[in-house]
Design a protein around this ligand. Structure first.
Ligand SMILES: *Cc1c(COP(=O)(O)O)cnc(C)c1O
Length: 422
C-alpha cells in the first residue's frame, strides 16, 4: 500500500474502512471534552457501550429472582446463571480457533496457568525440564518458578530459557526449534507466549506446535496479547493447552474473566488436576457425593462458582469481536499498523523493536527512543495520545482495529513531528 502522511489521506482510509462503525460501539475516553487517541488496547481495552446494559440485566435478575437466578429464566428469556458460561463458547471458540468443547471462560490468567501446569507439567525420570522464553511476562515467570518449587524441584535444573537473538533482540523460531530438538529427551513441557508483550513479536505457533508434537512434548501458549489481535487456530495447530486474559484486546473490563483452551485429544484422558465442584459433571454436581468426576472437555477444569457479572461483561465484549470477525479485524489491523510504521520511519531517533514482517507481529509497535524516550512518552500523553511505557526504555503503541482510526494513527505522526522540531 502507498501511504501518505496527509490528514485527508488518513480520513479517506477511514471512510473506506468496512469496520469503521464498530468504533461507535465503544466509549472513547475523553479529556476536556475531546476524545483521546487511545492506543493502549494492549493493556486495557475500552468499554463496549453494551457492557452497562448487559451488567444491568444480571443485576435485575439477581434483584428479582435471588438464588433462583441460577435455574430460572428471567423475564428476558436469557440463560439462567447455571450454564451461563456456555453462552460464551461460540464466540470464544471462533476467536481462538477451537471447538466449543475445547474452551471455557474462567478465573484469571495466572490462576489458570497454575491449574494448567498442574495438569500438563508431569515431570518423570529424566524428563523434568520446561522450555520457555527468557524475560517473558513476570507473572508467567513467577508461576513457573513457584510451581517448580512446589514440586520439590529446583528452578536451575528445570527451566530452559531461550534468549533474544543478539542481532535484533527478537526471539527466533529456529532457536526455539533447535532447543526443542536438542533437549527433547529431557523436556517435560514447553510454555511460550503467542505474542511477546514487550517486543510485539508473534511466534510461529503452528511450526512450534508441530515440532513439539513430533517430539511428544506438551506445548502450551499464553495468548494474553494474541487473543483478539491475531488469527489463531489452536485446534488445527495441535496446541495442547492455552490461557489468556480478556481485558486487553477483548475489552472485557479491568480484571476481566480469563479462559482456557484444552485440545480435544486430552478430553478422554482424565488428566490430573486441581479440582473444585464447578468442574464436576454438571448432571451430578448437586448430588454432593465424594469422588471427583470431571465434566467433559475444558469445562472439567473449572474450579469455583463463576462470577456471573464478570461473565456478562465478557460475553458482551467477545460477541463484538466475533461479529466483526478475526479475518476482517486482522486485515484492517495490518493496514493500521503498517500506516503507523510508515509514519514513524522519518524519525531517526526512533527504533522500532517489533518485526517489520506483518506475519510476525500483531497491532502493537514497540519503540525504542534514543536518549529522550521518557520525555517523548510524556509529550505524547500531554498531547492526548495514550500509549504505555515499559521500563527501561520502551513506548508501546497499539492501534486496535475495533475502535481505532487511521486518523488516530495519523495524529501520532503529527505529534512526533512537533516533538522532534523542538
Ligand atoms: C497481561 C498478561 C498477564 C496478566 O496476568 P493476570 O493473571 O491476568 O494478571 C500474564 N501474562 C502475560 C503474558 C500477559 O501479557
Amino acid at each position: 500500500m502507498n501511504y501518505d502522511n496527509s490528514l485527508t489521506f488518513a480520513q479517506q482510509l477511514d471512510q473506506n474502512d468496512p469496520l469503521r462503525h464498530f468504533r461507535e460501539r465503544f466509549h472513547i475516553p475523553q479529556r476536556d471534552g475531546k476524545p483521546l487517541t487511545y492506543l493502549c488496547g494492549n493493556s486495557l481495552g475500552l468499554q463496549p457501550k453494551s457492557a452497562r446494559a448487559t451488567l444491568k440485566q444480571e443485576l435485575t435478575t439477581w434483584q428479582h429472582l435471588g438464588v433462583e437466578g441460577w435455574f430460572d429464566k428471567p423475564e428476558s428469556g436469557e440463560q439462567p446463571w447455571l450454564g451461563y458460561h456456555i453462552t460464551c463458547k461460540e464466540a470464544l471458540s471462533e476467536i481462538v480457533g477451537a471447538e466449543p468443547s475445547e474452551v471455557c471462560p474462567m478465573n484469571a490468567l495466572t490462576v489458570n496457568l497454575h491449574l494448567l501446569l498442574a495438569s500438563f507439567y508431569r515431570p518423570a525420570g529424566k524428563k523434568i525440564k520446561i522450555l520457555t522464553i527468557k524475560g517473558d511476562f513476570p507473572s508467567d515467570q513467577y508461576a513457573l518458578e513457584t510451581h517448580i518449587k512446589h514440586r520439590g524441584l529446583s528452578v536451575d535444573d528445570v527451566l530452559v530459557e531461550i534468549a533474544p537473538h543478539p542481532d535484533d533482540n527478537l526471539i527466533h523460531t529456529t532457536d526455539i526449534q533447535r532447543a526443542i530438538i536438542e533437549q527433547a529427551d529431557s523436556l517435560a513441557l514447553i510454555w511460550l507466549s503467542g505474542l511477546n508483550y514487550y517486543t510485539g513479536q508473534v511466534y510461529n505457533m503452528a511450526t512450534l506446535a508441530e515440532t513439539a508434537q513430533r517430539h511428544c512434548i506438551p506445548i502450551g501458549f499464553d495468548l494474553a496479547h494474541a487473543i483478539g489481535n491475531i488469527s489463531l487456530r489452536m485446534h488445527d495447530w495441535g496446541v495442547d493447552f492455552a490461557t489468556w486474559c480478556s481485558y486487553k484486546y477483548l475489552n472485557g473490563g479491568p480484571g476481566a474473566v480469563s479462559g482456557v483452551f484444552i485440545h480435544q485429544k486430552h478430553h478422554e484422558q482424565n488428566l490430573p488436576r486441581l479440582a473444585g465442584w464447578w468442574g464436576y459433571r454438571e448432571d451430578r454436581r448437586f448430588d454432593m457425593t465424594p469422588g471427583f468426576l470431571p465434566a467433559p472437555g475444558a469445562d472439567g477444569w473449572q474450579v469455583s462458582t463463576p462470577n456471573i457479572l464478570a461473565l456478562a461483561l465478557h460475553r458482551a465484549a467477545i460477541s463484538i469481536t466475533a461479529e466483526a470477525g478475526m479475518t476482517a479485524l486482522r486485515q484492517k489491523s495490518e493496514h493500521l499498523t503498517g500506516y503507523l510504521e510508515y509514519l514513524l520511519t522519518p524519525f531517526n531517533d526512533i527504533l522500532i523493536l517489533t518485526p517489520d514482517d506483518p506475519n510476525q507481529r500483531g497491532c502493537q509497535l514497540s519503540l525504542l527512543v534514543r536518549k529522550q524516550g521518557k520525555s517523548l512518552f510524556n509529550y505524547l500523553t500531554e498531547q492526548g495520545i495514550i500509549g504505555d511505557w515499559r521500563e527501561p526504555d520502551c513506548i508501546r503503541l497499539a492501534p486496535t482495529p475495533l475502535y481505532n482510526t487511521f486518523e488516530d494513527v495519523w495524529r501520532v505522526g503529527a505529534v512526533l513531528a512537533r516533538f522532534f522540531q523542538q
